[in-house]
Design a protein around this ligand. Structure first.
Ligand code: C2O
Ligand code: CU
Ligand code: CU
Length: 432
């Protein structure tokens, strides 16, 4: 964990191949600074994040600070950059003073290679927090998955890419089912990041007296008791749980994310299998954590905002792409970095309906501007529900409102099943 000092967090991030140990075996992965996940970055609203990214890979990469509400141009959170092998790039990402407190993360975003690079080990957490962590910091829980064959990260088939790859091994902070030890009855704050490329995490929280305090980069106005939280790829949760008096496992239930029902993928279903995230072990000797009250700057509720424009985006799959594979499209088009697909005005609020005409779920992600979900598959949303990745279930639609209050420039929206993004399910948005 690296924390900012005097308003600045400056660090080197070195990408390269690294041997890590998973469940007693040595695995060659890719890493930031030699660890999987990479270092946790702890910053505060108003801070400047200065990252010297050294590309030690043999292919291009770049860096995306997923969830940060920051500019996407120049050397800020610019997903169009290409950092060549051997090159160093100096990012400067300035968080506004009113940046929400929340859980964010970073990963590569070079189109065509995102799923491969992430699956190989390139991800890390960014925590934006105003709380004082002097006593015990929260537990950062970065969940990912990987498939290992002969000490290497396995390659994937065309069909796996189309379904969205699921790793055979679930990793929590790079380990298989690590134990969280804490005194029984104590409160623990878990900041959970779903860094899997395609796997949904349907977290089963019954028996843990759990409270949801925030989602993605935004805290809830009021913490809410919860028995279940579904995190799509890219989603995060800020949770407080109570340590029970006997050991329990925190598990993710199997989650059906639909089917690729045609042609060569005939009837193959995409299920995220059941998995164990953590074992929670009561231990009177372990340090007790201190869970501070969540401080929250209330957000404007966009349900009552005046809407300046509406638009509909439609996600489809089908047909045959160039290589004979399935095509993944938004509004009938595959990603082209040189084409602007949506133009919005800075200072406006828009209502977007995201339509999924395919038989598989697609988690829709928009960079830098949080989305407030106002209508789900069949009902109005009754709370302020802000996310930056919104699941759009198979053959359904979801309506969100977005305040384009700042940040002129170009950035991206896409499916956060990163194989689908690499296959073209992404578009360019320009704010002006
Ligand atoms: Cu985490 Cu454009 O994504
Ligand atoms: Cu993002
Ligand atoms: Cu998708």
């Amino acid at each position: 964990m690296l924390s900012s000092e005097n308003g600045v967090l400056e660090l080197d991030l070195r990408l390269g191949a690294t041997d890590v140990t998973i469940d007693g075996t040595t695995v060659r992965m890719l890493s930031y600074n030699g660890s999987v996940p990479g270092p946790t970055l702890h910053v505060r609203p108003g801070d400047s994040l200065r990252i010297h990214l050294h590309n030690g890979l043999d292919e291009p990469t770049n860096l995306h600070t997923h969830g940060l509400v920051v500019s996407a141009v120049g050397n800020s959170d610019n997903p169009f950059l290409r950092i060549a092998p051997g090159e160093t790039f100096d990012y400067e990402i300035d968080l506004p003073d009113d940046h929400p407190a929340g859980v964010c993360w970073y990963h590569p975003h070079h189109h065509g290679m995102v799923a491969d690079q992430l699956f190989a080990g390139l991800y890390g957490a960014i925590i934006v927090d105003e709380d004082d962590w002097a006593t015990v910091p929260p537990r950062v829980v970065v969940v990912s998955d990987v498939t290992v064959v002969d000490g290497q990260v396995a390659g994937v088939s065309g069909v796996e890419r189309m379904l969205g790859r699921t790793g055979q091994t679930l990793l929590t902070n790079g380990q298989v089912t690590p134990a969280l030890r804490a005194p029984a009855g104590g409160r623990e704050r878990l900041l959970v990041v779903n860094a899997c490329s395609s796997r949904y995490l349907d977290l089963e929280l019954a028996g843990l007296d759990a409270q949801l305090r925030g989602r993605d980069s935004v805290r809830l106005a009021q913490p809410r008791s919860t028995q279940r939280v579904v995190l799509t790829p890219g989603n995060r949760a800020d949770l407080v749980i109570t340590v029970p008096s006997s050991p329990v496992e925190l598990t993710a239930a199997a989650y059906d994310r639909g089917q690729a029902g045609m042609g060569m993928m005939g009837g193959q279903s995409a299920v995220s299998p059941e998995a164990t995230v953590l074992s929670i072990v009561p231990d009177a000797e372990a340090p007790a954590s201190v869970v501070a009250d969540a401080s929250t700057t209330p957000r404007p509720d966009l349900r009552v905002a005046a809407v300046d424009a509406t638009r509909t985006l439609t996600m489809t799959m089908g047909g045959m792409g160039g290589g004979g594979g399935m095509r993944f499209l938004i509004d009938g088009r595959a990603f082209d970095p040189n084409r602007v697909d949506q133009t919005v005005r800075v200072g406006t609020v828009e209502e977007w309906t995201i339509v999924n005409q395919s038989p598989m779920n697609h988690p829709f992600h928009l960079h830098i501007w949080p989305m407030q979900v106002v209508r789900g598959a069949d009902s109005e949303v009754q709370t302020v529900d802000v996310r930056d990745v919104v699941d759009v279930p198979a053959r359904q639609s979801v309506t969100v409102r977005i305040s384009f209050d700042r940040f002129p420039g170009n950035t991206l929206y896409h499916c956060h099943i990163l194989d689908h993004e690499d296959l073209g399910m992404m578009g360019v948005i320009q704010a002006r």
